[in-house]
Design a binder for this molecule. Sequence first.
Ligand code: UGA
Length: 434
Amino acid sequence: MKISVIGTGYVGLVTGTCLAETGNEVVCVDIDEEKIKKMSSGEVPIYEPHLDVLFERNIKANRLQFSTSLEEGLNHGEIIFLALPTPDNGSGAADLSFVLEVADQIGKLITEYKVIVDKSTVPVGTTEKVREVIEKHSGCKFDVVSNPEFLREGFAVDDFLKPERIVIGSSSEKATELMRKLYKPFVRSGNPIIVMDEKSAELTKYAANAFLATRITFMNEIANYCEKVGADVDKVRIGIGTDSRIGKRFLFPGIGYGGSCFPKDVKALHNSGKEVSYDFEILDAVIRVNKNQKQALLPKINKYFQGDLKGKTFAIWGLAFKPETDDIREAPSIEIINNLLDEGSKINAFDPEAMTNVKNKLGDKINFASSMYDALQDADALIICTEWSIFRTPDFNKIRNKLVNNVIFDGRNLYDIQDIEKEQITYFSIGRKD
Ligand code: UGA
């Protein structure tokens, strides 16, 4: 099939590349000329495991092409994916201006039947709005469907190629059939293509992210309570996770959720509620608890150093909001670093992928180490912010030799308490015995 993807951010790029992988002819459109030039020469603009291999293969096979011309993109595809940004508009709601501007252009430019697919995370009712905007100008037939994406950064290629489900919000049989045909190769395992009305599809995306964020936040509160009463949150996690109604995944406590999705989507859903006079009380609490959770290590650090953080040097392992990505949006590490800098501390940071992004954000306010062990040199303590695999089985001798004080503040509960006790390292984590 001929597919166009408008917007080559993280979602657009993964969508375009993976759709090319099953033999479709894909044109990806973006207004950023520099980016298009780089991608045309085979350069992947984001760090996402396995994307580079697929990218190269499909460019070579001429199935994946790039353009800065929206008109070219619209002429090419029978299915047009909108993968445009929907950032926070400053008051917690999703800014739809990118989506609606492109819809306006679509209305002016299409000359034959197209299926317009909303892949961006958009508030309930946006598919309808997009349809209205296109209708204003367009004389030809078209359909607009909602097809939210559930990709996780770091696992996006796998999630796209083997989705647990595909959700399609559509009121047109013709469009639904085209979408089914497009996704058929991806659901050979038997996982479902779920077709529903557009509004329910749009809400499914928000509800999924808000539910997961709530689940994590609930566990973070249980962890905080564990610390007060001397229980161990890891044991509680295993204890409840074996109940199949609860399940084992996404119960890991830590220093809060971050990234480009959960924080934005929880706020946007909370905000959409207000627009129809519905107060999402639970989401209000999730937002507040998560904000505090990002600071959860600070009282422990302060207590250990008796409030005297001035001139202390902290090694930070992990800057990305989670492993397998270079994304630092809403990353707890940034909050912790800024707090410590305010206290007059120095920072030696290491992350396998995210250091360039942090350098762009914080400049020379902190030092960047060339390895995880270099970051420890003469540091007073180690703080772990991201659970990269490389941090899970470190050489504790090196840690002891390099740190001034043998103390680790772990925001991701990487080590077993019994193991770390043997290493004679003072260890603070989340929701467990210090
Ligand atoms: C999330 C969803 O998981 C995807 O399904 C969705 O498509 C995506 O948002 C999106 O809307 O685009 P992502 O933000 O890439 O994906 O990352 P997750 O793996 O979901 O992690 C989100 C945050 O939750 C991270 O900060 C992570 O550290 C935290 N987390 C996750 C926990 O604190 N505990 C857990 O048990 C799991």
